[in-house]
Design a binder for this molecule. Structure first.
Ligand SMILES: Cc1cc2nc3c(=O)[nH]c(=O)nc-3n(C[C@H](O)[C@H](O)[C@H](O)COP(=O)(O)OP(=O)(O)OC[C@H]3O[C@@H](n4cnc5c(N)ncnc54)[C@H](O)[C@@H]3O)c2cc1C
Length: 432
């Protein structure tokens, strides 16, 4: 007969929110039996990759910041806070955060079962019964094949994340499990990811591949159907396919569209202002009389921009000139003229390009590249203070599995920590 494991709390997923909840539960109540079932061969795989291996654990502006810092203080994590509010472990090592969390959990007596995938959760008592009992079904593989395992618990924390970064174990399993228990799922889509753009199309002119591998500071504005949606400033990375970098990631959270109403990604445009601090037109006026005034525009641009970006802009200028978008009159073409001979119309044309360099997204890079999931279990069905399901008592839905996503800067991990801790606090209160 199959053995049934028993615990007070089963946590599905040993990621950020699952580990925080496990440690908190045993730290406050050593008599509670806590079992973490993790699909990968070890807990915290994604955590190790966060913040490019540095783990931006939280942000001074994040909801629950004080509680999160108190928790990490209680397990002995030293942190450093940067001027912009970003908080990292003092060692700047994501592995240290995982080691500390898992080490604390193990020393406190949390049981871990790894390389086992939860496939279904069944409620054995009535949905609204005060005292719940869940049956958790999972599968694992060994040399003899695939086997089923069953665990029972009074409380379940469903902490198995979303779909972003599937190589870390997050393949969207929680959606099916939650749906079977009666929850609604807002369609998950990847976010905080790079975007592929039309300008990298093999027929595009100029060919934006010349930009690949270059980084530049800019102010980015996302437009939808010609209207500005949001702006972000920072470092843009040009890749082999399009645009990347934290400011681009943040824009992708606003690139939702309604297919059924005829909308598409084609409705969006990202404009880069390469000189957010000053007007290029006024700059030209200022330098006209000086030594830079004698430089042709291509040489001047290389004094202000990375070579590849200057080259790309020059190609656009040439194109505008050849297509007659800009009339340079008789004589020298626009890109041979010294800056002090440029006409007001030519200066305006160049200035418009530099302040509004346009890129048209064709695709948001998929789950493999995305840092978070937009969509998930409907938040209207989850208690916002405790993360308990409003549909199934005793079930908690934490972290990225719920339809909550945030910009870069430690906010997504903050959401995972705080929802895990609040779920643990509620279970502790109810099991007294
Ligand atoms: C590359 C990368 C870098 C990031 N950097 C940052 C950063 O610096 N700061 C920040 O705030 N956010 C960052 N994020 C986002 C952040 O990591 C997530 O939002 C956060 O980890 C979500 O926590 P979670 O507890 O919901 O799930 P996760 O941490 O994703 O953990 C879920 C766990 O559940 C397990 N699991 C899944 N299905 C099952 C199943 N069926 N049975 C058992 N176990 C299962 C998974 O293997 C996984 O271990 C980053 C994300 C990525 C991909």
């Amino acid at each position: 007969m199959q053995e049934i494991r028993k615990a007070d709390v089963v946590i599905v997923g040993g990621g950020a929110s699952g580990l925080a909840a496990a440690v908190e539960l045993r730290m406050s109540s050593p008599e509670l039996a806590v079992l973490v079932i993790e699909k990968k061969d070890e807990p915290g795989r994604k955590l190790r990759a966060t913040g490019s291996g540095r783990c931006n654990i939280t942000n001074t502006k994040a909801a629950g910041y004080d509680r999160i810092m108190e928790f990490f203080g209680s397990i002995g994590l030293a942190t450093r806070t940067y001027e912009n509010g970003l908080v990292y472990p003092y060692s700047e090592s994501a592995s240290d955060v995982v080691k500390l969390l898992v080490g604390r959990a193990v020393s406190l007596g949390v049981d871990f079962i790894c390389s086992e995938e939860v496939t279904e959760i069944r409620r054995l008592s009535e949905p609204d019964a005060e005292s719940s009992l869940f049956e958790i079904e999972s599968v694992y593989k060994d040399r003899d094949g695939v086997h089923k395992a069953v665990s029972r618990a009074r409380f379940v924390i469903l902490a198995c994340g979303g779909k972003a970064g599937p190589s870390y174990g997050t393949t969207g399993d929680g959606y099916g499990i939650a749906k079977k228990l009666g929850h609604s799922i807002v369609s998950p889509v990847p976010a905080l990811s790079g975007v592929e753009c039309e300008e990298w199309n093999e027929y595009a002119k100029p060919d934006a591949h010349m930009l690949a591998g270059t980084r530049t500071q800019a102010e980015l504005t996302l437009y939808k159907k010609g209207k500005p949606v949001m702006s972000e400033s920072g470092e843009v990375q040009f890749t082999r396919h399009g645009l990347s970098g934290i400011c681009v990631f943040n824009l992708t959270r606003r690139m939702r569209f309604d297919k059924e109403n005829g909308e598409s990604l084609r409705d969006f445009c990202i404009k880069l202002n390469l000189f957010p601090e000053f007007s290029f037109g006024e700059y030209i006026e200022d330098i006209r009389e000086g030594i830079f005034g004698c430089l042709p525009i291509d040489k001047l641009l290389t004094t202000l921009l990375k070579e590849a970006v200057a080259g790309y802009v020059m190609e656009l200028i040439k194109l505008g000139f050849e297509c007659g978008e800009i009339d340079s009159g008789a004589g020298k073409s626009i890109y041979k003229k010294p800056v002090n001979e440029l006409s007001p119309a030519e200066i305006k044309f160049i200035s418009d390009l530099l302040h509004n360099l346009e890129f048209y997204p064709t695709m948001i890079r998929g789950w493999r590249d995305a840092q978070v999931t937009m969509g998930g279990v409907a938040t209207s069905e989850i208690d916002e203070d405790t993360s308990e399901s409003k549909i199934v008592r005793g079930l908690y839905i934490t972290g990225e599995l719920a339809d909550r996503d945030f910009p870069c800067g430690g906010f997504n991990l903050s959401n995972a920590w705080i929802t895990g801790l609040e779920a643990a606090d509620d279970i502790l209160k109810r099991s007294k």
